[in-house]
Design a protein around this ligand. Sequence first.
Ligand code: DGL
Length: 267
Amino acid sequence: MTVAPDAPILFFDSGVGGLSILAPARAALPTARIVYAADSAGFPYGTKSEAEIAARVPALLGRLVERYRPRLAVIACNTASTIALQHVRAALDIPVVGTVPAIKPAALLSKSRVFGVLGTDATVRQPYVDRLAAEHGADCIVLRHGSAALVQLAEAKLRGEPLDPQVARDALHGLIDQPGGDRMDMVVLACTHFPLVEQELAAAAPHPMGFVHGGEGIARRIQYLTQGQPWPDAPAPGIAVFTRVDEKQEALRPALASYGLDRIDAL
Ligand code: DGL
């Protein structure tokens, strides 16, 4: 299949979380045209049922692919990926990259053999997470905690609103207060919103701990899947597309512009 230089890469999340995946991809492929899609009408995903997410995500991706004709789609959302990746792949005829919790690097890096998986409620209960923990962290205590408030904190941060430091403290204590949690030395940021508030999490940590997420690995995967394809000669302006546009999305304009997304579309 021949790919036009201006064929975009499509990133998809429920909200702004996928920007933590877009950033390393944009650094690796600086002239790629980007379409960043957020399902603001369906946000948040982390408190939804598996059935709702599995029904919603492939249908939206189908509409986005029809409109923007991307060369590749990235589900920049752990919740959607751990639940609906197979359904999306079955529905689309372009490569689809998913975002799954970075349990493997956390298991490699943990010295205390206790690490945490901080995600949404929907992600941390997935059998996919059980499988990754069994495969890579069989000799570790793998703690899990879901935080919907931390997702909201990341959205508020990108809208430029004042932040309550208690939210990051509570999210970390959801892990630390479990048996063995006082020895936890690594935290998997298993929701793409959470790297956006990594500073707040690090500041709230009662003892030093490392944070890992999948952004760099996904950038390498995109490079691999698009090698040999033509790209624009100069950076092209990116588009942010939302399923609902109201004052919350308008407030995101400066943050979106800092990721090269200069235009807002409604789906
Ligand atoms: N950013 C998403 C994730 O990676 C979901 C956040 C939400 O909508 O609850 O899981």
